[in-house]
Design a protein around this ligand. Sequence first.
Ligand code: NAD
Ligand code: GLY
Length: 356
Amino acid sequence: MTEQQQISVDLGDRSYPIVIGSGLLSGGFDLSPYIGGSTCLVVTNETIAPLYQQALIDSVHDRHIETLALPDGEQFKTLDTMVSILDRLTSAGFSRDTTLIALGGGVIGDITGFAAACYMRGVDFIQVPTTLLAQVDSSVGGKTGVNHAAGKNLVGAFHQPRMVLIDTNTLSTLPERQLKAGLAEVIKYGAIADLEFLAWLEDNMPALLDKDPAALAHAIRRSCELKAEVVSDDEREAGRRAILNFGHTFGHAIERCQGYGDWLHGEAVAAGMVMAAELSGIPQGDVDRLRALIKAAGLPVVSPKIDEDAMRNAMGMDKKVRSGQLRFVLLDSLGHAVVSSDYDDAVLSRVLSPAA
Ligand code: NAD
Ligand code: GLY
């Protein structure tokens, strides 16, 4: 059996394990103990199905298992696609004890989790994330949902998986640009919660970019530990969980102003983290240190040139509401984030006009 590590997301009777290892899917991992009923539906997409679907099926024993391959892409993260999963479950006659298995990146995980939250008022689901972003972020914590014409992730539910199975070998086929986008979220954990991890990332960035298995395993494990700890503390984002959105206020605004699909989410968050660090008022040397790490990961450190008012609007803060309740995730020191509305608006203007 392949070596594996386990982390727990502690949520009382909804606690679940995150199992991490290299070659788990092909190495005989038995997923069956996590499947309560006699049926399961593997939901994946057309890119991932030929790569990993058979290995996943082989890791499930003594169950009736069906598969559904959705079209690939964020543009298919819609209610219509989610309904196609429900249609399949009903036509297969799957009952309330069925388990959905999400095999893919964050798009597949979010849609499948939402379908699981809705089908018969909630059935079990398992996350088998195959992108770095999904392995360190979206598969953990139970945020599920789809996009709406009015905005990203506007329709969804909190629904925790029964377990998360991370086979780091799946990253071998992941395109380099997607790997780097996932590294933005890994760096985020160091910046908001673990200065020692940030220093480790500084030392090991070349190995991570080379997909060194030991380096990836450590980065994924530490990221999952940090996320699990925050989620266990504040499952529904009543407070502290919001620190996981460090860089995201700026990043989402960049994505919205640029048009979705131009920059990857992780790329926008990368530039957004530098902006948030600048706004935080921490020593310039610490801002420069974070910027250098993001740059070393091959990620952008400067926002594309976007009009300041457009950015403010996209952040839900046009001039009329500037003195309202807007809050940012800021660093009170490198390695420690807080949610705060205590920022200098003149500095925000400077941050939003990087070329000036
Ligand atoms: P994605 O799911 O679109 O995957 C990126 C691309 O990589 C896709 O084309 C996919 O088919 C391909 N791919 C996936 N695994 C592969 C592999 N092993 N080998 C080759 N190709 C592979 O993108 P993503 O970055 O994983 O996820 C982004 C989504 O996650 C967004 O919709 C975002 O809103 C969501 N998200 C959710 C949370 C959450 O907490 N639920 C957190 C962050 C992001
Ligand atoms: N990706 C942020 C969160 O899960 O809360």
